[in-house]
Design a protein. Structure first.
Lengths: 299, 299
């Protein structure tokens, strides 16, 4: 059991951790730092036993484990506060979606005795904020734990155990591998969804633009759901995984240009490609990343 | 009430029409033409009153209304059979997703007395075939009825009524407008989904490609659902709406390149764009094209 836990940032992910930690009594005392006034008001209505702190100051010196659930652009400030106030050998983890650049940046400024084992629960939604959090958000989902050169087994084990207690399946990998995988499985899909909504709404040829959204049930609406994600979080992810993003965007454009040529000229090639791509779905279902129940086309 | 109805092609859409027509007793007699042996076997297990025909021959001369639910590449053959066998002034509709090119092509070859009012129910799924059809597939969904220069009000009204009986909301537009709107709301989203799955599975830098699909819950899996649609149907749609597809692909690439520049250099611009794009979701929900219930991130 954790003695004193601090959750920094209490949006969708932070509040889901808070709820599960309270439910499963994973920590003796829980502190929550949240800077948004709106979120603070929401948190005050939670019927859970925790202490809301409004400043990252000496209060954090009591804590044994700090979980950062704030956007990547807040990390520097948070670690500087930890440098100043946290006790010796404090253990910190986070839930950021991009790893390599932020780890390099923070390792340069953080106090050497601070143990940081970075993690990434693959759980999210198009809704954000503490009112949307729920205790089983992590249940049976992957949580990736990042192994750095200097990661010590003892601390790794503690963080792995923490995510397992929250209901996650866990896997370890290094930051470089993490950022490549999630550039493709998550970051590019989000950017593409945003770009599709942008393209649909700035196509100039139509007289009545309302018709685009009115008839969006045939595919577009499903992208709008993904493109409704939190803008600060996603700005930070795209920025922090910049080098991979630039590569996968180029590859995406290259592939799309070939598709364009097939549509122009090569009906047989087009059919073969679509047929092969269809098979990927079955693999994803076999890997339990989705159910086979039809969902597209629902109302 | 329709005297004798023929459904040509009985996959997801055809079988859903069949089920609803039987349930609501919309036609006195129903014929179904289906050329796939597998689908024929599935249809024989349906406990519904209809007659399965295996050839488009003199049997069709009895019919009053023909509904074509086959891929666009089958239309020519079907209309040639109608030319040969159907009675004078027969009324035909179809459910194709692309209009202008196919209408031009068929108008050149079809018998002048054949009345063809083209339609497009905005209903579909990532699954196909008669076993996946269900009677309420069209309930509260849009069906677009295409108005051509020579469309007569009497026939238009019959087809509008047909879709209303199946539970649809109806709207009329011309083929050019239809193809522009659905290039953006449906055809481009499908192509982009296929292209994203292609890009994720042919990214060369990773050692272990399984990891891409294993961690696909963060966005990619939702695209794989859309990219699991029927390949013949989509090959035909992309091909038949070629001129619009080429335009919207170019616009998509242009917008994606600007996004790439923003990720490289302009954090503020990126944030503003994501924030504005997020708002589109609310409009889509207001237009009842989706529910506000979170769905992305589910298991």
């Amino acid at each position: 059991m954790i003695n004193k836990l601090l959750i920094v940032g209490c949006g969708l992910i932070g509040s889901s951790i808070l709820k599960k930690v309270c439910k499963k009594k994973i920590a003796k005392r829980i502190f929550v730092f949240e800077k948004s006034k709106e979120n603070q008001r929401a948190l005050k209505k939670f019927k859970l036993k925790f202490e809301l702190i409004k400043r990252m100051d000496k209060k954090i010196s009591e804590c044994d484990l700090i979980v950062i659930c704030a956007p990547l652009s807040e990390y520097e400030k948070i670690f500087l506060a930890c440098n100043k106030y946290s006790k010796k050998n404090i253990l910190i983890t986070d839930v950021g979606s991009s790893k390599k650049d932020i780890i390099t940046k923070i390792n340069r400024i953080k106090r050497k005795d601070i143990k940081w084992i970075s993690s990434h629960p693959i759980a999210g939604s198009e809704v954000s904020g503490p009112l949307n959090g729920y205790e089983n958000l992590f249940l049976n989902k992957w949580s990736v734990i990042i192994k750095q050169k200097n990661s010590q087994i003892k601390e790794m084990k503690k963080i792995l155990k923490f995510w397992k207690l929250l209901g996650s399946k866990t896997v370890t990998m290094d930051a470089v591998q993490h950022d490549k995988i999630f550039a493709l499985t998550s970051h590019l899909p989000h950017l593409i969804a945003y770009n599709l909504i942008l393209t649909a709404t700035n196509f100039k040829v139509l007289n009545n633009k309302d018709n685009i959204l009115r008839f969006s049930a045939g595919g577009l609406r499903d992208f709008s759901r993904i493109a409704a994600s939190n803008e600060i979080m996603w700005r930070d992810i795209f920025f922090n995984n910049k080098s991979n993003m630039l590569k996968v965007i180029d590859l995406f454009i290259k592939n799309l240009k070939v598709f364009k040529q097939d549509i122009k000229l090569n009906r047989k090639n087009l059919e073969t490609k679509l047929k092969n791509l269809k098979k990927v779905r079955q693999k994803i279902v076999l890997l339990k990343q989705d159910t086979s129940k039809p969902d597209f086309g629902r109302i």
